[in-house]
Design a protein around this ligand. Sequence first.
Ligand code: HEC
Ligand code: HEC
Length: 360
Amino acid sequence: MMQRVLLWGTIFSAVLAPLPVRGQAPAAKPAEEVYKNIVELKGTPADQVDPAMQFIAASLGVNCQFCHVQGKFEADDKGAKKTARQMMAMTAMINKTSFGGRQQITCNSCHNGSTRPAGIPAVQESDTPAHPAAMGAPAGGAQPSVDEILTKYVTALGGADAIGKVTSRAMKGQILVGGSGTPIEVYTKAPNMRVTITHNSEGDSYTAFDGKAGWMGSTGRPAREMNASSSAASSLDAEFSLALHLKEMYPQLRRGRPETVDGVVCDLVTGQAPGRQAVRLYFERESGLLLRMVRYADTPMGRLPTQIDYADYRDSGGAKVPFRWTLSRPNGRFTIQISEAKANVPIDDAKFARPSGDVK
Ligand code: HEC
Ligand code: HEC
């Protein structure tokens, strides 16, 4: 395990991975059988340790080294790690005694991105109030139903017939991270296969969903299967005609309060279903297009969000698709800009399959 943690490589595989970005332990085993020094996370599935750690690091706004010595994750030689253990017990206790065992309080409730929680409210630093009460409550009026929102979305993309006529896409573009671009290819095929290949200078890296499970890999290393929650995220991204399948995937979609995204009024739809990540979907009121999706990975410490902002919708084979999307997480973000998309090109299923040995 530790070996794989250290081997973990390029920045691109890091930002592309749904979560976690490192190696995984077998899901069935409890954490204490895979790791060396587990006290608070006893009984938690081993593959949940890494997402829990990412949640903690994001909540405190620190990296792993704040609590760990690199390569010696089991050691208790940093005071912060011992404090963190006490905090885990305290947080569980608050939820148990005050919230009926529901995970209402998390590390982030108090820490909110800082190692020192602020117990004292901030003063108003400028003439603009720090917490404008009116934010996020766009003008009233009749609100559309979930069905109306989804119908408008399908129409905005070109209609169900046009969407259904496209069954594959081969796309080329760039992944943009911190101002620099790297060539990328994205292949997608109905109903739910997808592979993204990033051409790094030192080799290629892959993030894929083969229709059943997600996998990742990079040149010269064994491809590895994603854990359940990463795979669930990846399956959502791989959904070829999300617009047509949303109701089937999330039988209990609900309407949320309208919100604004970058000043644009959006209708909000939320969904959750067993085995799927909970989602919040933001549809632009005027155009009907999906502007944002936030999906949530459950970790033992709380939910980790991934936000995807869609833009640059263009026609591809008779139906519209976003040519740009930005994926943001607590620990990073990247943008993919597609420059060329070919619809209905034949793509062999083998293209999406996880290689049995090293990735070429
Ligand atoms: C705020 C402190 C804190 C941060 C930051 C943190 N951890 Fe941890 N980590 C802990 C604590 C506490 C434990 C022990 C949990 C227990 O007792 O069950 C632990 C345990 C682990 C273990 C199990 C080690 C073993 O063999 O027992 C691994 C692996 C690990 N952390 C990885 C990470 C990674 C990777 C990161 C960065 C994403 C990270 N941690 C960030 C506090 C932290
Ligand atoms: C109810 C509020 C609350 C919650 C929930 C909470 N903390 Fe804290 N935490 C604090 C406060 C307050 C301090 C500062 C204590 C001090 O300054 O002595 C602190 C301090 C810490 C520190 C020490 C920071 C340093 O500078 O050394 C760590 C590490 C920490 N918390 C980790 C966590 C983790 C991990 C969780 C979630 C499992 C968590 N906390 C949940 C309130 C909270």
